[in-house]
Ligand binder design. Sequence first.
Ligand code: ATR
Length: 276
Amino acid sequence: MNPRYALFGHPVAHSLSPQIHAQFAQQFGIAMDYVAIDVAPDAFAQTLQKFADDGGWGGNVTVPHKQAAFALCDSLSGRAQRAGSVNTLLRTESGWHGDTTDGIGLVRDLTIRHGYDLHGCRALLLGAGGAAAGVAPALLDAGVRELVIVNRTQANAAALVARIAEAGNVRACEWSELTALRPFEMIVNATSAARAVQPLSLPSSLANSQTLAVDLGYGNAADDFLSWATTVGCEARIDGLGMLVEQAAESFLLWHGLRPQTNSVLARLQNLAGTR
Ligand code: ATR
């Protein structure tokens, strides 16, 4: 039997991760099984335990289980501790080791693939949930000079800032204060507003032609924010498909000690999806 890996989420039917990991494994001639497991929150702990009992070697975790996975791990990487969430699980003798590769995945997509230098960058992060917490410390580590976090629920932004304050210059601001802020060099949408009824409401003064607009989602989920970015004149707009492939590559590296090539995998997904 091949070593078993799985993605845990709810829903996961449309996840691209099984395809991505199959292509990575093919690059090295590694035999592995990677399946998507749809599990509701109340059954997550039990399902993960059964996967371990059945010999599961590693896993990825996506919405809505990243915080639950964090709580179930026996050991955690430093970046998972700072993010408060886990997207990668590695089986050890004593239990699950948890890591988060979302932040480094975003940074590698922006810097290595797209060639941006984040040093000295003044950035606005929209959202303070799991996705925002995953990327915020990595952006500061990558050299972002000032990170402003704005969130619909101000208390959540304040809590995230308090948790990552040691990582760099980060502060929370009220949504109502956005009109008073000058344009940012980068705006990252880490909200799940695209999955909600209420769209994001952002003043046009936040951005200009030099602003890099980044959405952590891809496909339809990135359309609203990136359309707004087009309307306000942002010339550079990036969706989260590259980040998805990069975070997967970091997981693969943790499991196998091998770094896969990502450009060809991303190109294939873009062709399939007809995305930008
Ligand atoms: P994820 O794991 O995808 O980050 P999450 O942890 O539920 O999901 O976080 C969702 C984020 O999107 C939160 O910051 C949420 O704001 P609240 O803290 O106020 O809930 C934000 N969000 C969701 N819908 C939104 C909307 N319609 N407008 C603005 N922000 C929204």
